[in-house]
Every structure is written in C-alpha cells, then in structure tokens.
Design a protein around this ligand. Structure first.
Ligand code: TYD
Length: 203
C-alpha cells in the first residue's frame, strides 16, 4: 500500500506518519518511510535548492518542476521498487502538496501543475492520503517558537491560506483517495482517527 500524508507546514503530519509507522511495526507489516522533496541522493540536492532561503529569485515554474523532478527520482529509485516487493510506503508529502503550494500558493493553476506531474508520476498515485487538517493560523501558532524557517515556511499568511485552500480543493476533488482528518484536537486524538481508518482498510 502507498500512503501519503499532507497538510500545511506545522500541521503535525510528520508526527502522525511516525505514529502510523509504529502501528505497522506492531502488526508486523513491512514498510518504508520517505519524504518529499528528498530521500534519494539526487532528491536531497534538489531539496536543498528548493528550501534555501537565499533562492529568492526562483520562478514559480522552476519551483514546480523541481518538485516534480525530485518526485520522479523518488518514484523510480525507491517507491516503485518497494511497492513491487509488497512493502508499504509511507510518504511525507506528495502530489497534493504541489497542487496546494504551486497551483494555489504560487497561482500556477491546477491544470498546469497536474500536467507537469502527470508526466513525472504516470500512474503512481497513493492508495490513501491523510490530509491532516489544521488551519494555517493554528499551525502558525505551533511553529511560533521555531527560528530555522525555510524558504516556503517564510511565506506570508496569505500564501499559506491559499495553500490550505488547495488542500481543501483536492480533498473535495478526490474524496475516495483523500481522507480529511480534523486535527484540531490532541496528537493522540488525531492518531486514533487515523488508526480507525487504517483498521477499516486493512481488515
Ligand atoms: P516539509 O518536508 O514538510 O518541510 P519540513 O521538513 O520543514 O517539515 O516540506 C518542505 C516544503 O516544501 C514545505 O514547505 C512544502 C513544500 N512543498 C511544495 O511546495 N511542493 C511540493 O510538491 C512538496 C512535496 C513540498
């Protein structure tokens, strides 16, 4: 199974991914954890370019293509081979982040971003996506104390609002794949919600 986690920066999706991996460990499922952009050697180099706060001149199309480039590297090198062997793949961010950040946040539009990604992703789509639904305002509160913000995290609240709208749009567009998890409660409450879906799907 291919499972992705999505949400705005500071939504806590990485923590929830870890919780799910602990559950899979417990039930004896083979899994790997990957993150976007990155994981592969080439992908991590692309990540450095994308998140470098000095790269203020990056054009939105360059940005979108670099995310797609890192993605296809990850698919070819890691995701496809793992899925072929029956290993579950947990991925921190995937194509919905490109719709949210580049199509909505940067204003490139859904069609343009999906077209770029169609070429990269082909038919390697997640079986399930957990959209960890936390508003940008609430997520901002959680990130308040951090001082090491990257290029995307330094964007305005207006940008982050558009990103959030992008996730809501995708959740509505693909309700079969994307499960929206209200994460306004505690980490443990969110964990239980996710595990209840996993139980339903794997039983
Ligand atoms: P993330 O790994 O969530 O950052 P962190 O390590 O700080 O938790 O993601 C890196 C940033 O990249 C994040 O701000 C969202 C952005 N992003 C896009 O803009 N488009 C994409 O397609 C992806 C995968 C991420």
């Amino acid at each position: 199974m291919f499972i992705t986690f999505e949400g705005v920066d500071g939504s806590g999706k990485s923590t929830q991914l870890r919780f799910l991996s602990e559950h899979l460990e417990l039930i004896g499922r083979k899994y790997i954890i990957v993150r976007e952009p990155g994981t592969t050697e080439v992908g991590e180099k692309i990540r450095d370019i994308l998140l470098d706060r000095n790269n203020t001149a990056m054009s939105p199309v360059t940005e979108a293509m670099l995310y797609a480039a890192a993605r296809v590297q990850l698919i070819d090198e890691v995701i496809k081979p793992a899925l072929d062997k029956g290993v579950t793949v947990l991925c921190d961010r995937y194509i919905d982040s490109s719709v949210a950040y580049q199509a909505f946040g940067r204003g490139l539009g859904v069609d343009a971003v999906l077209k770029m990604n169609d070429y990269a992703v082909k038919n390697c789509l997640p079986d399930i996506t957990f959209f960890i639904d936390v508003s940008p305002e609430a997520a901002g509160e959680r990130m308040h104390s951090r001082t090491d913000l990257d290029r995307l995290e330094l964007e305005s609240l207006a940008f982050k609002d558009r990103v959030y709208q992008g996730f809501l749009y995708m959740a509505e567009r693909e309700p079969e794949r994307i499960i929206r998890i209200d994460a306004s409660g505690s980490k443990q409450e969110t964990r239980e919600k996710i595990l209840s879906h996993i139980g339903r799907i794997t039983s």
